[in-house]
Design a protein around this ligand. Structure first.
Ligand code: SF4
Ligand code: SF4
Length: 67
């Protein structure tokens, strides 16, 4: 089973991961980190296929993927 971990403090709210995820399991949430950015959060984690597109595209290296 695939799993991702998003480092909320590193996120700059660019939405690249949201656009890259083929199963639409990442969204920009409603909570802000200490720098004032709304950070990305995973929704429906059961749908994650571990493709790692999110991790590759994130310019802040804020997402780790395990499969
Ligand atoms: S590993 Fe793939 S399926 Fe899972 S959250 Fe990232 S982009 Fe989406
Ligand atoms: S790609 Fe990285 S910095 Fe951009 S919203 Fe996603 S987690 Fe945040």
């Amino acid at each position: 089973m695939a799993r991702i971990e998003i480092n909320a403090e590193a996120c700059k709210s660019c939405s690249y991961c949201v656009l890259a995820c083929p199963t639409k399991t990442i969204e920009i949430g409603k909570e802000v980190n200490s720098k004032g950015y709304l950070y990305a959060q995973q929704v429906n984690p059961d749908k994650c296929i571990g493709c790692a597109m999110c991790g590759h595209i994130c310019p802040e290296s804020a997402i780790e993927v395990w499969k």
